[in-house]
Write a protein that binds this ligand. Sequence first.
Ligand code: MRU
Length: 321
Amino acid sequence: MAVSGMTSALEPEQIVRLEEDGPAVVLLDQRRVPHEVVELRCGSVDELVVAIKTLAIRGAPAIGIAAAYGMALAALRGDDLAAAERALAASRPTAVNLPWALAAMRDDPTPARARALHEEEVDRCRRMAAHAAELFAPGARALTHCNAGGLATGGYGSAVGALRAAHERGLLERVLVDETRPLLQGSRLTAWELEQAEIPHAVIADSAAGSLMARGEVDLVVTGADRIAANGDTANKIGTYSLAVLAAHHDIPFYVVAPTSTLDLATADGSGIPIEERDPTELSDRFPARNPAFDVTPAELITAIVTERGVHRAPYAESLA
Ligand code: MRU
């Protein structure tokens, strides 16, 4: 189904929702954006698991919200809830929002509970974006990686939410958008969201970031996160670590913006974060390939982590606790 009314910011229910009549989890198919804006109906948990694995819905908070709706769907269908939870939990390994949301649904696998989780997540995004906007100086030229927008959070966005808030305050000159190899979440999804928000932007090859920093064209880097360990080490889309190293070399602040549902205080540091290895054919259908989908940025390369609670600085073991 084509989605109408796509000229302004996406409403949360346009990104993912539960339809009880059917029933189905309905999501905007992110594999086809920006060329097509169409919905995908998942009438079973198995179909939703495929949608998550193939990135029809992706981004740490959005995966968690989809899984919450998946548990409500399983309950409405009278499915085995333990089996549904196992299947959803195994769909992607790195984003901690997935087990977080599944745990939150365990005692109350209802549509109302899933919708409340969704609403709370979008509210967290708006609050952290307001905190993050305080870090922008007038005329700021930002660089971002992957897509940490409304598509990735179920509405508004984390890193892109920060860009929206800074833009609304008149502080943001423009955004450089890493294309984000190999699946192009930046050049497809983030650029599309920034276009809709009328925020000036330009897509760049991931490998152009260093030279543009050296030319003085980047004032700050803002990214999202999939899992933040207790010491502040942060897993995010592959290429984030390289950006943080480059930012440190050029003395450019590197900010991570993520809701507290992305904190994993039970994991001491980044070495304990599972890193998803995706199908090598996403890179090459002919030659052997390695395809780690995430990397870990050590806490010492992160200038600040922004959550809905505020701006956290090192030592993160204390400020995130
Ligand atoms: O593989 P993806 O597209 O799910 O990876 C997403 C990211 O790395 C995002 O930056 C992260 O989930 C934060 S989303 C607010």
